[in-house]
Ligand binder design. Sequence first.
Ligand code: ADP
Ligand code: MG
Length: 531
Amino acid sequence: MTTNTKENFGELLLDKKIVTALTDMGFEEPSPIQRETIPFVLEGNDVIGQAQTGTGKTAAFGIPIIQNIADSRHIQALIMTPTRELAIQVAEEVGKIGRTSRIKALPVYGGQPIDRQIRALKSGVQIVIGTPGRLLDHLHRGTIKLDGIRFLVVDEADEMLDMGFIEDMEEIMKNLPVERQTLLFSATMPRPILSLTKKYMKAPKVVAIHKEVVTAPSVDQFYYETKDKVDGLSRLLDVEINGKLIIFCRTKKGVDELVIALGTRGYLAEGLHGDLSQNQRDRVMKKFRAGRVDILIATDVAARGLDIENITHVVNFDIPQDPESYVHRIGRTGRAGNKGVALTFITPREFRQLKLIERAVNIKIIRRQLPTDANVLEKQREIIVSKLQSVLDQNNYGEYLSIISTLTKDYSVEDVAAAAVKLMQEGSKALEISSETRVMPSDFTNTGARPGMVRMFMNIGRSQKITVKDIIQTIAIEADIPGKVIGTINIYDKFTFVEIPEDVAEKVLAVMHKNTIKGYKVNVEPARARD
Ligand code: ADP
Ligand code: MG
């Protein structure tokens, strides 16, 4: 519908070049925040724009800035973002909008060699996007010249505040030419932000887009009432949830604990919160974006502003504290015409809070029952059946047929097949006769370990700078076994999986119990299965 595009963005009196770039980006019409702020910026006003995450705030300032940038190669706009991740994201989006106008946008952030940035700056960019710290650094070095700056943008201002950047922001603002436009965008407007705007903005136009615009009708919303949320979540992961999800917790500690709780149950999840270094955040986001982990566990603050595609489910592991944050969270899914699902856990005492959210947002969150043991079993059966079907369809298991004909001399075909499925499903547990051992054999089944090996879970990982060598050495010495018998070791941020030969598993568990690796106390336990 290109004609429509032209009409709509055309109504905003944009250059043809910019409209072409927007069409290439797949934008069909301006979003509400864009429709309202772009004319104000083009007329030369300062603007305060408030709208939820995912409503297109980047283009709301990016489009009019690009349109007003002069055809010269000096820096004319400075955009401050709270994190490096966002600086990169904003630079990408602004770069795309400016592509046809040949306007260059460069992200600068800590952690990247400053020399390289200085060279890139010299090559001629008109828009610089960065975290306040690194921007200040460049200002002090004189590698970013302020006199040509005509636009300052404070993006995700509320998060900037949460991250303690207010002084850096002020220092930058104080040093900019007075003849400039200041644009401030935020999902929420806490008081300190407002006082900042009073101090540094000139008669700003205020545009606030309210939440009903965001409550995506394409998000199905359900809630579950349970006292054991981890168990409930595991059941959902086994039976219902099949896709890419963000799980929200109320606190950083909650995030860490849930990463570990899911890890011990065999689900791979990554946590995201304010205590992580920028590098750690980048790594987590990269993995999640690339689909190497499907579960991201985050606090509201850490997830704010991040634009991640194809989220199929949002899980409120902890019920959000206010209706606004509920809307924010669920707005992460159901984007771009896809259907999303939002699942909220409540404990019996949180029922009133749920009703409060329903009323404030004017939606109905439907009650649902958690999958039962029978559902979980049923799902496992379905998985077994579909795995077997796909092997049968490939029809390339001829080498095993002679085993079957040997066995069918003494057993029926049904019995042989059932035994084979049991072995496939339960692994070594299927071979156990007695279970009088301290280590419950059922704990050792089906955890992805190779035959003859069991997988162990340890509650330390990369965060403690643990290496494969540390683990092998400690276990080998403590359990008095040769290091080379230890199998695959997977080290994650907060935990590690180690394969140990079955016959020494118990011994390793016994000696490692309450032991230390590199001075860190470890807890070692058998890993549990995902499917
Ligand atoms: P916010 O800053 O409000 O959280 P973003 O600027 O990150 O939102 O935009 C969210 C997503 O929506 C991005 O992928 C962006 O490319 C897309 N987007 C923005 N404006 C439009 C539009 N007018 N039409 C279609 N998609 C858009
Ligand atoms: Mg944004």
